[in-house]
Design a protein around this ligand. Structure first.
Ligand SMILES: [Zn+2]
Length: 317
C-alpha cells in the first residue's frame, strides 16, 4: 500500500465531503480498494453522515412548523384579546358619559382579566405557557377580589385572597413544579417544595381569618387545629414520597397511620388547646369510634402484608 492507514483515516472525511483534489481522491480510492480496515471505517463515516443529515432535516422541519404555529396562535391570541377588550372599552365610555366615576370600569376590567389570562396568555406567550397562564390567572383573581372589596367597602380581602391563593397553590403548584426547570438542589425535592408552598399559603389563610374574626385566644385555637391537620397532611406526604417500599405497603401505612391520628386527634387537640388557652377551654371534635379505628388499622395491615408478600415474591424471582 502506497500510504499508511493513519494518513488515509485523516483524509476520509474530506473525501466523503468531496473537498479534496483529484490526486487525493485517487489515492484514497486506491487505498480503499486494498484495505478492508479503512473501507469499514469509511462506511461508518458515510452512515453517520446520513444520520446527521436526517437529524438536521428533522430539526429544520420541526423548527419551521413550530414558528408557523407560534405565528398562528399569536394571531388568534390578538383576535381573542381584541374581543375581550370590547366590553372594557364600552364600559369605560358609558362610565365617562354617565359621569358615575370609574368604579364599574375597574370592576369589568378586573373581571375581564380572568378570561384574558385563561385564553389570551396561553395563545400569545412565546414559552412557559402553562406557568404564565397559572400565574396570571392567580394574579387576576386576587385583583378582582381586591377591586370588589374596595368597591363594596368590605374588609374581607385578607380572608378571601389568602384562601384563593391557598386553593390555587394546591391545584397549580404540582403542575408548575413538574414543568419548570429547576436547579440541581430542587430537582429531587419538588414534592417537598410544593408541600412547603401549600403549608405557607395555608398558614397565611389562617392568619387572614384570625385577623378578620379576631377574639382573644383565636390564634392559639387556630394554631393548635392547624398544626394537627398539617401534621396529618405531612405524614401522608412523607410516607408516600420517602418510604422505601412499594405502593401497597405505602397505602397500608397511610390508612393505618391516618386512622390512628384521627382517633387521637380529639385528645391531642384538647391537650394542645389546654396548654395554650388561658381559660382552659377545650375544643371538641367528633371522635371516630375505637371499632372504626381498629378496622382501618386492620385494613392497613392487610395492604402492608400483601405489599411485603409481593416484594418477597418479586425478590425470589
Ligand atoms: Zn488502510
Amino acid at each position: 500500500m502506497k500510504y499508511e492507514c493513519d494518513v488515509i483515516e485523516d483524509l476520509l472525511p474530506l473525501y466523503q465531503d468531496g473537498a479534496c483534489t483529484n490526486a487525493t481522491k485517487r489515492a484514497v480510492e486506491e487505498h480503499l480498494a486494498e484495505c478492508p480496515k479503512c473501507t469499514e471505517l469509511f462506511s461508518k463515516i458515510k452512515d453517520m453522515s446520513i444520520d446527521e443529515m436526517i437529524l438536521k432535516e428533522k430539526e429544520n422541519v420541526i423548527g419551521t412548523q413550530s414558528k408557523y404555529f407560534k405565528r398562528k396562535s399569536a394571531l388568534a391570541g390578538s383576535i381573542v384579546g381584541g374581543i375581550f377588550a370590547l366590553p372594557i372599552l364600552i364600559c369605560l365610555i358609558v362610565n365617562l358619559v354617565t359621569g358615575h366615576g370609574l368604579s364599574w370600569f375597574f370592576l369589568v376590567l378586573a373581571a375581564m382579566l380572568i378570561p384574558t389570562s385563561l385564553f389570551v396568555v396561553p395563545l400569545m406567550a412565546p414559552k412557559n405557557r402553562m406557568f404564565l397562564t397559572m400565574i396570571s390567572l392567580t394574579a387576576s383573581i386576587i385583583l378582582l377580589i381586591a377591586v370588589c372589596c374596595i368597591y363594596s367597602k368590605g374588609n374581607w380581602f385578607f380572608v378571601a385572597a389568602p384562601a384563593v391563593l391557598f386553593g390555587l397553590t394546591v391545584c397549580f403548584a404540582p403542575f408548575i413544579a413538574c414543568r419548570r426547570p429547576v436547579n440541581a438542589y430542587l430537582k429531587n425535592r419538588k414534592g417537598l417544595a410544593v408541600m412547603c408552598a401549600d403549608t405557607v399559603t395555608f398558614l397565611l389563610m389562617m392568619l387572614g381569618i384570625g385577623v378578620y374574626a379576631y377574639y382573644p385566644g383565636i390564634f392559639a385555637e387556630m394554631f393548635c387545629t392547624s398544626t394537627l391537620f398539617l401534621l396529618m397532611a405531612w405524614t401522608l406526604f412523607l410516607i408516600i414520597r420517602y418510604l422505601p417500599a412499594n405502593g401497597l405497603v405505602k397505602a397500608g401505612v397511610c390508612i393505618a397511620s391516618l386512622s390512628v391520628m384521627s382517633y387521637f386527634s380529639n385528645e391531642a387537640l384538647n391537650w394542645l388547646t389546654a396548654k395554650h388557652l388561658e381559660d382552659g377551654a377545650v375544643l371538641v371534635m367528633s371522635q371516630p369510634s375505637l371499632a372504626l379505628m381498629l378496622t382501618c388499622v386492620g385494613i392497613g395491615a392487610v395492604f402492608t402484608g400483601i405489599g411485603l408478600l409481593v416484594k418477597w415474591i418479586g425478590g425470589k424471582k
